[in-house]
Every structure is written in structure tokens, then in C-alpha cells.
Design a protein around this ligand. Structure first.
Ligand code: ZN
Length: 235
């Protein structure tokens, strides 16, 4: 007689960029192993593990390469919390005395935050000429780190990967039809002000972040720490 199989529960999650709720199953021991292994590697290993695990756990077809990074991080956090536990104990450093405080964070409360200054993805460069921006995806983590503030070079890199369409009046230009050199030439003609408007879109895109308040157990000062991005939630 074969061993009985263990029934796996399923859940649903609403992402910001997809209409239907996404059904998924939690992490199993085999996925936790993939994750632990990747945490010993570099960012690239982590990205690949994340993609692998998400594909394993989703109960629908979904191209994770196309998901904006914030949706993907949110999905991953929820997959893990449904399996490992809804709370995570993190070591947070006091900004006054640098003492490490073990703090329990309710992962269920972590949400995607929208900026009150969110910018439309259609950015007009002149009266007639505009570009359509899209949010960075997980594959762009290879090119830069989201922990840094965006400077000129990283922003130019992001723009390169986040623009598909340029339009002028009725005319549409699909950037995939042009060489890297032609694309670079186009973007380098921008003025500082036009560049700033694009940067504004990325500065104000939705983010996975969570504010944690606690009293430091060493110096007793009140602390407010903002956790942002996935690595912050894996102590
Ligand atoms: Zn302290």
C-alpha cells in the first residue's frame, strides 16, 4: 500500500497589476531547501531561487519575468508566511546605540505602499513626443541594487530596460526594433528636466515596505525603522 499523500492547502492573493486573484500553495520543505541554499549565494542565486519557488507554488500559469518587482516580492513574502509562519523575528539595529533588538514582525501586515505622488507611466518629453514606462521586473536586479538611491547611471540603465514604446503624435516606435546604440542615442538627447520626470516615475513607484516601531531594550529610545524590499524580511 502506498503512503498517503499530505493534503496541501491553497490560498489566494491579489496583486496590484493583475485583475484576478492568484491561487497558490505554501512553501514546502523542498522549497525551503532551495531558499536556504540560495541565501548562501549572491543576489543572482537569490533571484533564481525566488523565481523557481514562485513557479512551483503558483496554481495558475503566470510569467514571473513580467511581474513588477514589488508584486513579485509581495507574492513571495506571502508564499513564505503561509508556510513558515505569519510572523518573523528580525534583528533590528537601534539607530541611537546600535544595539540589536529582536523584534517580531507580522508579515501579514506588510503591504505594497503607493506613493501619493505616483506618476503616470506615459511621460511626455515634448508636446508631441512621449515614452511609455513600465515598472522594473525581477530580472533587472541583475543590473543594479534597489537599495541604493537612484543616480544618473542606474537610472539610465533602468530607463533602457523599462521603456518599450516611444510615441510621437500617432506614430508608435517599438524599441525592440532598434539597436542598443540607437536607443542609447535617443535617451542621451534628453534634457536634465526630461530625465528628472522619468526619474520621478521610479522614485514614486509602489514599494513593499513596512514601518516597525519599538523601544530599544538597551537605551530605551523609541525607534521607527522602515523595512523595504525582501531581504529586510528575512533577518
Ligand atoms: Zn538603543
Amino acid at each position: 500500500m502506498p503512503l498517503p499523500s499530505i493534503e496541501i492547502p491553497s490560498y489566494e492573493l491579489k496583486l496590484t497589476t493583475i485583475e484576478e486573484k492568484i491561487p497558490f500553495r505554501p512553501f514546502l520543505v523542498k522549497e525551503e531547501k532551495i531558499l536556504l541554499h540560495a541565501m548562501e549565494g549572491d543576489q543572482n542565486d537569490m533571484v533564481n531561487a525566488m523565481k523557481q519557488i514562485i513557479s512551483n507554488c503558483l496554481l495558475v500559469e503566470l510569467n514571473v519575468d513580467e511581474l513588477p518587482l514589488f508584486d513579485l516580492e509581495y507574492l513571495f513574502l506571502n508564499l513564505r508566511s503561509k508556510s513558515v509562519g505569519e510572523t518573523a523575528e528580525l534583528l533590528l539595529t537601534c539607530q541611537e546605540c546600535e544595539e540589536q533588538n529582536p523584534i517580531e514582525v507580522d508579515l501579514g501586515e506588510v503591504q505594497i505602499k503607493f506613493s501619493p505622488n505616483e506618476v503616470s507611466p506615459n511621460v511626455m518629453l515634448t508636446d508631441k513626443l512621449g515614452i511609455v514606462l513600465k515598472y522594473p521586473t525581477v530580472n533587472m536586479l541583475k543590473f543594479f541594487s534597489f537599495d541604493d538611491d537612484f543616480n544618473f547611471d542606474t537610472t539610465l540603465d533602468i530607463i533602457e530596460h523599462c521603456v518599450d514604446i516611444i510615441f510621437e503624435g500617432e506614430e508608435l516606435y517599438d524599441l525592440n526594433d532598434y539597436s542598443k546604440e540607437e536607443r542609447e542615442n535617443f535617451f542621451q538627447q534628453m534634457t536634465q528636466q526630461q530625465f528628472g520626470e522619468i526619474q520621478n516615475f521610479f522614485d514614486n513607484m509602489p514599494r513593499l515596505l513596512h514601518n516597525v516601531e519599538f523601544k530599544c531594550h538597551a537605551c530605551e529610545s523609541d525607534q521607527l525603522i522602515t523595512l523595504e524590499g525582501l531581504q529586510n524580511f528575512f533577518g
